[in-house]
Design a protein around this ligand. Structure first.
Ligand SMILES: Cc1cc2nc3c(=O)[nH]c(=O)nc-3n(C[C@H](O)[C@H](O)[C@H](O)COP(=O)(O)OP(=O)(O)OC[C@H]3O[C@@H](n4cnc5c(N)ncnc54)[C@H](O)[C@@H]3O)c2cc1C
Length: 365
């Protein structure tokens, strides 16, 4: 039977970041069920490098986002991954919202994000032209990134470190033995087995399903999975924005905000909708909702230029309230060598490299 020290299940940005990190000191195999890496959440997001503003103090999201942001900017420079630290403007449209922004500023400070600045009345039109607003905060360390190139750079690292990434290889089940796990795989439709000492489950929207196929796991420790779709509408035309524009956040997401991609295309979203199954179908009937949310802060929106584009799905663990990343090691589930990652929603792209270092440290303790 083939042997590998560590098997990573899932080649999204998090699995690949973990593969790149671990391959510096051990022999790693990253497997992906699809023909291409990153076809699920890692290619269906906003591609924003988040500053780490909103998350509760001492949460994994807060610490790993702030650390991950710093690692990413450095990594992008070293590996020539396209990135633009274009900053974002958080806008308030009335006094109540301005108070919420102040609470957000203090939360950010708690998380170590100390670079948020209030924009003066004079500078507001420069940073946030044509917008209805009464107050605005600017976050200079927020940026955008080419997530596909980022994933390519992780694969390059994995290969340079003599480890492997293979596509068309699906995890079927794992059975623990005295030295690790016997893992059953389906490679291009053919069944095979291999042995690994460590098993990292970073399968995103499939992580719960994978966990249910690891023998000996306590099923009560596997959190429920709730699909929460976020849909985007693209604006096909000229626009006045140089920075990302975010209204005050909502309960399950950041509100219908405006982001730019590396080609300066403007898009709005994602919205939030809980759905019953894994379905990336977009729903053009949501346009009226988008138009009304956008016009609240950008009254000049030409709605004929707004087109339904794509959707991503957040791996939520609950239908309400805040949730943190869940990273379970032997300490939680009692199985040596197994790491399960659940609920890696936003800011998982920003945090990917910090999650990788966190997993590496957790495996050593
Ligand atoms: C709408 C939306 C917007 C977002 N915006 C941002 C943002 O702007 N900034 C940010 O930081 N984060 C953002 N995120 C979060 C970020 O995209 C995710 O946290 C990140 O992409 C998760 O990566 P992953 O590797 O955990 O999961 P995935 O990308 O889903 O990868 C998991 C992989 O596992 C594979 N897999 C599953 N089952 C098996 C199996 N049996 N065998 C082998 N392989 C398997 C899948 O095919 C998949 O490729 C956003 C998320 C959403 C939904």
């Amino acid at each position: 039977m083939d042997k590998v020290e560590t098997l990573v299940i899932g080649a999204g940005v998090v699995g690949l970041a973990i593969g790149a990190e671990l391959s510096q000191s051990q022999n790693v195999l990253v497997i992906e069920q699809n023909t291409h890496f990153g076809e699920h959440t890692s290619s269906r997001n906003s591609e924003v490098i988040h500053a780490g503003i909103y998350y509760p103090k001492n949460s994994l999201k807060a610490s790993l986002c702030v650390q991950g942001k710093a690692h990413l900017y450095k990594h992008c420079q070293a590996f020539h991954v396209p990135v633009k630290p274009i900053g974002k403007v958080l806008i308030a449209q009335n006094h109540d919202e301005a108070e919420k922004l102040e609470a957000i500023r203090l939360q950010a400070l708690n998380n170590g994000v100390d670079d948020l600045v209030w924009l003066s009345k004079q500078s507001q039109p420069n940073y946030a032209p044509d917008l209805n607003l009464c107050a605005a905060l600017y976050s200079p360390s927020t940026g955008i990134i080419d997530s596909h190139q980022l994933m390519c750079s992780f694969i390059t690292q994995i290969q340079q470190n003599q480890s492997l990434y293979v596509a068309n290889t699906r995890f079927v089940k794992a059975v623990p033995d005295e030295n690790g796990f016997v893992v059953y795989l389906s490679c291009n439709g053919e069944e095979m087995q291999l042995h690994c000492k460590n098993l990292i489950n970073t399968a995103g929207l499939f992580a719960q399903d994978i966990a249910h196929h690891i023998e000996g796991i306590n099923h009560a420790l596997i959190p429920e999975l709730r699909y929460c779709r976020g849909q985007y509408f693209t604006y096909q035309g000229k626009h006045p924005f140089k920075h990302l524009i975010y209204p005050v956040p909502e309960q399950h997401g950041l509100g219908i905000h405006a982001t730019l991609d590396m080609a300066n295309q403007l898009k709005f979203g994602p919205d939030t909708e809980f759905i019953d199954s894994l379905n990336y179908q977009t729903d053009a009937t949501q346009k009226a909702k988008f138009v009304s949310a956008i016009k609240r802060y950008w009254p000049y929106l030409d709605e004929t230029k707004l087109h339904c584009d794509y959707a991503g799905i957040r791996p939520k663990l609950t239908l309400s309230g805040q949730q943190d990343f869940v990273i379970q090691t032997e300490l939680q589930h009692g199985i040596t060598g197994l790491v399960n990652l659940f609920g890696i929603e936003s800011p998982g792209l920003t945090a990917s490299m910090a999650i990788a270092k966190h997993v590496k440290n957790a495996m050593q303790t």
